[in-house]
Design a binder for this molecule. Sequence first.
Ligand SMILES: Cc1cc2nc3c(=O)[nH]c(=O)nc-3n(C[C@H](O)[C@H](O)[C@H](O)COP(=O)(O)OP(=O)(O)OC[C@H]3O[C@@H](n4cnc5c(N)ncnc54)[C@H](O)[C@@H]3O)c2cc1C
Length: 487
Amino acid sequence: MAVVKSEIAEKSHRRRWVWVVGALLVVLAMAMKPMISHFGGSNKPCHCGKDAHKYSGMVEDCCCDYVTVDHLNEEVLHPILQELVTTPFFRYFKAKLWCDCPFWLDDGMCHLRDCSVCECPENEFPETFKKPFNHVLSSEDLICQEGKPQAAVDRTLDTKAFKGWVEVDNPWTNDDETDNAEMTYVNLQLNPERYTGYTGPSARRIWDAIYTENCPKYPSGEFCQEKKILYKLISGLHSSISVHIAADYLLNEATSTWGQNLTLLYDRVIKYPDRVGNLYFTFLFVLRAATKAADYLEQAEYDTGNPDDDLKTQSLMRQLLYNPKLQAACPIPFDEAKLWKGENGPELKQQIQKQFRNISALMDCVGCEKCRLWGKLQVHGLGTALKILFSIDGQDLLGQSLQLQRNEVIALMNLLNRLSESLKVVHEMGTSAEMTIKGQISAPAAQSCPLQRIWASIVGTKEGQSSAPTSQGCPLQRMWASIVGSR
Ligand SMILES: Cc1cc2nc3c(=O)[nH]c(=O)nc-3n(C[C@H](O)[C@H](O)[C@H](O)COP(=O)(O)OP(=O)(O)OC[C@H]3O[C@@H](n4cnc5c(N)ncnc54)[C@H](O)[C@@H]3O)c2cc1C
């Protein structure tokens, strides 16, 4: 009997050692994996439990709910947009980059090398971009298309229906696109929007000038949608910029380590539900503009001189604008038709137009080149959305006078992609950021982590019993918090 007992004791002792060694190996392997993931990477901090949907119900003033928007973004919009913006047509943006502030002198607060923009060498951007946009097809071009059915159809539509890309003034924005000598072509793929070190009084002055002088926050309880629109669009854009800073942050300047900064994500965006709401609003507003102009955008000439690339761009545009899932789940993301109907409608529209033009001009005062590039592009994209939704009435845009510049289309779709990226980060990382910062991971939830269970089996605690690691969340979660939280 005594022999049997000691054998059992020895076996259980051995089993415990196997567990301990196994668990230590797992912990070691996990700890050796890079802890800092880059934007779009898969190394997320330990997730204890599934991300519950924090935001629910309709997005304020829109015709779509949060859950649907997240699903559509994840499944349809984000993947297509990510591919679209890498095509040659969408990756080059024309901008006047130097600081030319009409309001005050630039105080050059940007101190990082990452602030500056890599401009394109002359020979890099597509030849066709150097020509005027409304370039007419030669009869030779048309003959060359014979025998290529897809291309021929596109060309036919082009000559019959599409009015061409022309330089027309956008009443919502301040940029003079015709001023070509001052313009620089930039490859956006080489200039990711991320942390640049632009901060302090210079950055603050821009945001202050935008909010206090041009779109003050409306009083709570304001029902007039028109009065809320500009503030919500700018706040949504501001949230998106902050999300991109948090998602691609310089964690360690000495070692040039970039990664996510959950503290910043929480402090600047997640902590404020209205900022998250405004981000979703801006996304749906821009999405509505793109889908409203679908017929026009479908027939646009995405000519970069490489027919394969150009057909791919056109095909991606179609997949996005006429997506059956999008049309079924969220056919009209934002209903612009009910705006500006009141007595003061036209006056109010003019006032908001003037304010938006000021905001557009303020982008020339941003004291960091890369921030200025993305600020200009995104404000230009918003101006294009405003032009599509509010300068033309009705659904049939082709039959009316909508004309877009190439740069407006590029800005619109790149802005939509930026907003889509931000939604994805907020949806996927928002809860983790909140839990990490608040340190409010409950013990049972924390123990549902595999590592936590292994830890419990080592130290002999049971589910629900408190122990040092459980009180502060998963070990990985704590390591993560110590990395991002100390900055
Ligand atoms: C056009 C523009 C583009 C920029 N691009 C970059 C960039 O690419 N990379 C980079 O590192 N920095 C960029 N910056 C700087 C960045 O936006 C911040 O200003 C900077 O990081 C300092 O942040 P902060 O904590 O002082 O708050 P800020 O973000 O400067 O906010 C200032 C104040 O605005 C209010 N606020 C903040 N967010 C919102 C919101 N969503 N809605 C309503 N109100 C809000 C708050 O009261 C806050 O205190 C840009 C600035 C501008 C003006």
